[in-house]
Design a protein around this ligand. Structure first.
Ligand SMILES: [Zn+2]
Ligand SMILES: [Zn+2]
Length: 150
């Protein structure tokens, strides 16, 4: 009974990478930028994305910035202010409280879900009568492989 292979477009985990499937409702350029970020393990700066898209006919920085903007608004990617770089969101749908582990040695970025943080921040901000757009926490240190090497 060979039931290993599933028919249909089910995106099964292969080789342990957490590749996500392309979100719907993206413009052509947003798709290109999304795919570039999905193929990268590191956070990418806008010019690095532009560099990779030159083969695909994207030459204007504005095109990349606009696509990044659109993707961020739709909640598919996050901007890391500290690195001035972008990563794919690991979550389903937009979320305002965002937490990242940023390795200072190899600059890999991992999104972390801290439910308690979100649960604490939102009511506190609301009771301060503040209209929150984004709460972004960049936790800096060493990732597992860099920490072991140090
Ligand atoms: Zn996210
Ligand atoms: Zn590292």
């Amino acid at each position: 009974m060979a039931k290993d292979q599933k028919a249909g477009g089910v995106s099964g985990p292969e080789g342990g990478d957490e590749r996500r499937s392309l979100p719907s409702g993206l413009s052509k350029n947003e798709k290109l930028v999304w795919e570039t970020l999905a193929a990268s393990v590191d956070a990418l700066k806008a010019y690095e994305i532009l560099d990779q898209l030159k083969d695909k006919g994207v030459r204007a920085p504005m095109t990349v910035y606009r696509a990044l903007d659109g993707l961020e608004t739709k909640g598919h990617i996050h901007k890391l202010d500290g690195l001035n770089a972008f990563v794919l969101c690991n979550h389903e749908g937009p979320h305002v409280v965002q937490t990242f582990l940023v390795c200072e040695s190899c600059s890999t970025v991992k999104e972390l879900e801290v439910v308690a943080l979100e649960a604490d921040i939102l009511p506190a901000v609301r009771s301060a009568d503040f209209d929150l757009h984004t709460a972004r926490l960049e936790i800096k240190g060493n990732c597992a492989s860099c920490g072991a090497a140090a």
